[in-house]
Every structure is written in C-alpha cells, then in structure tokens.
Design a protein. Structure first.
Length: 581
C-alpha cells in the first residue's frame, strides 16, 4: 500500500475513533436504511421545526435574539454537566492575562523587578508584561470579568452572539426557516460542548466578525444602508483585532465582489456607495486601527510593532509561517529552550514535501472533524453539485481563501479558520435545502441529519455521567473539548486559594523531560495575587525571590513528578526537601 494512502487511512482512523464521530456514522447508516425502506412515514417528521421557522418569517430580528438567548440559557443549564472551564494551556493563560490587564483598566503592565522568574510561553516580560496576542479575545474576557466577575462570561457572550450572527447571516441568503435551522445547528455544534465555548482559546470572536461581514453583503446588494455598512465594518474590526491574517483572506473576496457590484451599471452609483458604504467602513476601520496602534505602543513602545513580533524576536516562537526562517535565540531557562527546539523541529520537518503533504492531510481531516463530522458531511456529499452554484460562489470563495491562508501556517487548530465558520453553515444549509426540495425521501434524510446532531450532543453530554468512554483527546476534535485540557496545576491552585495565607510556588522541572506541562503563569497584578508562580533559578536566585516576598508561604511545585506535587513549605533560606545545595 502506498505510504500516502496509509497515512490517509491513519488520519481518517484518528477522526472516526474520536468522540462521537463513530456514533454519527452508525446513526447515518440507520437513518439511510429507515428512509430507503420508508419506515419514517409519508410526512416529514421535522415539520414542527419548519413550521416554527415559517412563523418567525415575519420577525427575523426576534429569531436572531431568540438564538442568542437560547445559546446563553442552554449553556447555563448545562453547567451541572459541563462546569465552568479552568485555564489549562499556554494560549489560554496568555489570553486571560490580557483580559485581566484590561479588566484592571490598563492596556499593559510594567515589567516586574523579578521578571526572569516569571518568563513563560506566549507571555511578554519586556518591555512590558502582557500577552503576545491581539486584543480581541482578551477584550471579551475583560468584559466578562468586569460585568459578571468571571472571564468565561465573555466567552459565553461571544459564542451566543456568534450563534445569533450566523442566524442573521443565513437570513440574508436563505429563507427564515432554514436560517433558523442553521442557527440551531450553530448552537448544537459550537455553543454547547465545543472548545470555543468551554475554554479561553477563542474562536467565537473572529467567527462573529466573519458572520457579520458575510451577512452584510447580500443586504448591501439590495441597497446600501448605514446600519448594514456599520455591521460590515464591525465584522472587519473584530477579525482585525483577533485573527487579522485569516480575516484579511476571508474579507478580500467579499470586498472585491462589493466593489465590482458598486461600480457596475446595476450598482447604486459612486455617491451612494461612498456615503453609505465606504465612509462608514473606513471610519470604523480607522478607529479600530488607531485603537490597536495605541495598544501596541503601550505594550511594545511602538504603534507599528506587534506584541507577537516582540515575542518571536525574544523567544523564537510562534513559528507560524513555514517559509520564514525562525530567529535563533538564547533562552535563560531549559524549559523554554526545550519548547523552542520542539517548535523548531516541527517547523523544519514541514520543509520536506512529503512531511508537508502528510501534515496538510491531517490538518484537513481534523478541520473536517470539527466543522462537519460525518453527519453534516452527508448533505454536502448528496448535494455536491449545488456547492459551486452561482448563488454560493462568493461564499465558497471566501471559505477557500481563508482555508488557503490557514494551510500556509504551521498549526492546524480550528480557530485559525474561524472567520470562515459562517461559510461552513451556509454550505450545510444550502445542501439541506437542496435535498429538501428534491423529493420527500431526501427531505426526510435532511431532517434525519439534524436529529443525528441532536443525538450526538446528547450522548456527548451524557457520556461522562454514565461512564461511557470517549476516545480522541485531541483539542481540535468536534465534541471533546469541554473537559480536555492540561489540568495538573488546577487542584493545587484551588487548594492554595482556599488557604488563609498568600503563597509563592517555585516550580522545578525534571531535567530529563523535554516538553513540560507549563505551570508558570500569573495574573496581571503579580504582587497583589493570592498565588505567585515562579521558576526555579537556583538557590541564590530563589533566596532573593523569597526575600522579595517575605509575607508569603513558599512551596516547591514539581509538575513532572508522578503524580505532580506541590510540597515543602519552607522559610527564607531558599532550600527545599531534595533541593541541590
């Protein structure tokens, strides 16, 4: 068997073994058999949903608000099964740091006098202390923390707005009933158990921007209105503040299509276009660019230098674009050097054509598993001929452009493609509509696909309480991500927060471990926080750090022990049980 085919089968095996994908395949086979044998009856059994959509046809705004409200209420109702997430990964800690900084009313934080103890992945310590990421996700986390006392409220808000925006976008392209179905699919697929809704990684913010842009397009074609131009500008601003590279790729086809229409004979004329479309969008983007320049200047010292760039120059990562040569840097800490070497190995391996092809294949399979899975792939395959129809060309082109931009990057996480999330739902609803219009059996199959998604979500929620095994702990799979994140630090953090005193945890990693579960992340106000997490830098440096925090209980954290441990409450001499003198 050729190597490529072997790799393809292995990649498909990874996807089909993960979570509930195998269940979806079984349910699809059963649904196809029932439809073929006529066991579902003569009338479409999903008529109640369709009738509800028709009743909402005269009230599209109510439908959008209903999807936003339903996303919030449904996710809050699931808190006993899917509790509030805790931070567990480098990206999450970085976004949370930015959210905490903004919630304190600051754009950034001054470098700490002991900053060398606090260096970590995706965090700047110089020239200021902050996240390396763009501020979009952090702004929503700050909003949630400020208004509701917890940053996850910002995640919930952005995800609920995304579900409403997808409904609104679909109303511009399809009938209200099908738009409502798409909004419900968005809630089921993204709003309840996906990692976008149950972590701090992000995804919903740029996806919200993409939905606003694609939803504004058909409405502007009907005649430029200020409200739609503002929503278009807001969508572009959200993508610029969260995923600018992929957002630009998504927006370019839409911008070209709008420009070509505006300049055509059937367009509204240059005066109407300039006053009702171009000017509002330019003003919004101008304000966004100014605000981001002010933010960049506060963090890096220059409005033209991104925190992302400073992080790359300082630590060498992220090594995002394959063709770029990563900088060669020296690291103070072995753990950061090991992480750099791991990223470098991944980066260099992709320069091999075979390795790059295999990586692209796995990336495609994982993106398919997150956005579609077996159930939602079925209508796309059955209505494949309609995907390239004239009505869907721009939608498809925007998705292809975003995917092409993402394929140039080293990582394969689904939130990289998030600006084009609305494209996936538009193509799915288009395919289901085409099936429903053909004949009664295909109509029933489209309804069955919707029911399979509902069953898959229900099983995913019930799996843990009933003890059903779920395989595939890959963060980018479709349903898994409500409770899979590194959480070794979390139990110790909870115990220390519940204790009476304030604490300093000096983290010591095993020298033989090459890639660590990172524990050294702190809040925006390090000195004011209940727990300070610091790197072991040897007895003398540790003693200096302990003297800096004379009122804290000092602990040794060992993430690489089996099991991980926090122990050794010590005094001011900087020594620990087993510490080399």
């Amino acid at each position: 068997m050729p190597d490529f085919l072997t790799e393809l089968l292995a990649a498909l095996g990874v996807a089909l073994r993960a979570d509930v994908n195998a269940l979806e395949v079984v349910l699809l086979v059963a649904a196809g058999l029932c439809v073929n044998r006529g066991w579902l009856g003569a009338r479409p059994w999903c008529g109640a949903l369709e009738n509800a959509g028709r009743r909402l046809a005269r009230r599209p705004r109510l439908a959008v608000l209903g999807m936003i409200s339903l996303a919030v209420v449904a996710r809050l109702a699931l808190l006993p099964l899917v509790p509030l997430p805790h931070s567990g990964g480098s990206d999450e800690f970085s976004h949370l740091l930015l959210g905490d900084t903004l919630a304190h009313g600051r754009l950034t934080n001054p470098s700490h006098p002991m900053w060398m103890h606090f260096e970590s992945r995706h965090i700047l310590q110089q020239p200021t202390y902050n996240s390396m990421y763009f501020p979009g996700q952090g702004a929503f986390l700050a909003l949630g923390k400020t208004l509701f006392g917890h940053p996850w409220a910002g995640v919930l808000a952005s995800t609920a707005l995304l579900c409403g925006a997808i409904t609104w976008m679909l109303q511009g392209w399809f009938s209200p009933g099908w738009a409502l179905a798409g909004g419900l699919l968005a809630i089921l697929r993204i709003g309840l158990v996906s990692y976008w809704a149950n972590s701090f990684w992000g995804g919903s913010v740029p996806a919200l921007g993409g939905a606003l842009v694609l939803g504004a397009y058909p409405r502007l074609r009907q005649g430029p209105r200020l409200a739609h131009a503002v929503l278009l500008g807001a969508g572009l601003a959200l993508m610029a503040a969260s995923r600018p590279f992929e957002g630009l790729a998504f927006a370019l086809p839409v911008a070209v299509a709008l420009g070509a229409w505006a300049l055509s004979r059937g367009g509204p004329g240059w005066r109407a276009t300039a006053g009702r479309l171009v000017l509002p969008v330019v003003l919004i983007l101008g304000l966004t660019g100014t605000a981001m320049a002010v933010y960049f200047r506060a963090v890096t010292g220059s409005p033209m230098v991104l925190p992302y760039q400073v992080n790359q120059r300082t630590y060498g990562w992220p090594m995002t674009l394959v063709w770029q040569d990563p900088p060669r840097v020296e690291h103070r800490h072995k753990e950061l050097r090991d992480y750099y070497n791991w990223e470098l190995t991944e980066h260099e391996s992709l320069k091999s054509p075979r390795a790059a092809a295999v990586a692209l294949m796995y990336k495609g399979v994982l993106l398919w598993s997150f956005y579609l899975g077996p159930a939602l792939s079925a209508p796309l395959l059955l209505a494949f001929g309609s995907l390239g129809g004239r009505r869907m060309r721009l939608v498809l082109l925007a998705g292809v452009a975003t995917l092409a931009a993402t394929l140039l990057e080293q990582s394969s996480y689904p939130h990289y493609v998030s600006p084009a999330t609305c494209v996936a739902f538009a193509l799915i609803i288009n395919a289901m509509q085409q099936l429903a219009q053909k004949d009664e059996r295909q109509h029933q199959l489209a309804c069955a696909v919707f029911a399979i998604v509902v069953v898959a979500v229900a099983f995913r929620l019930a799996a843990k309480p009933i003890g059903a095994p779920l395989r595939g702990p890959q963060l980018q799979m479709s349903w898994c991500c409500s409770d899979y994140r590194p959480n070794d630090r979390w139990p110790f953090e909870q115990r220390l927060r519940a204790a009476e005193h304030r604490h300093l945890v000096i983290v010591r990693y095993a020298p033989e471990v090459k890639l660590h579960a990172e524990w050294v992340y702190n809040e925006a106000d390090i000195d004011g926080s209940k727990i300070v997490w610091a790197r072991d830098m040897g007895e003398a440096a540790n003693r200096e750090l302990i003297r800096y925090y004379p009122d804290r209980q000092v602990w040794l954290g060992e993430p690489d022990r089996q099991p991980p441990a926090v122990h050794g409450n010590v005094g001011t001499d900087g020594t620990f049980p087993g510490f080399p003198r």
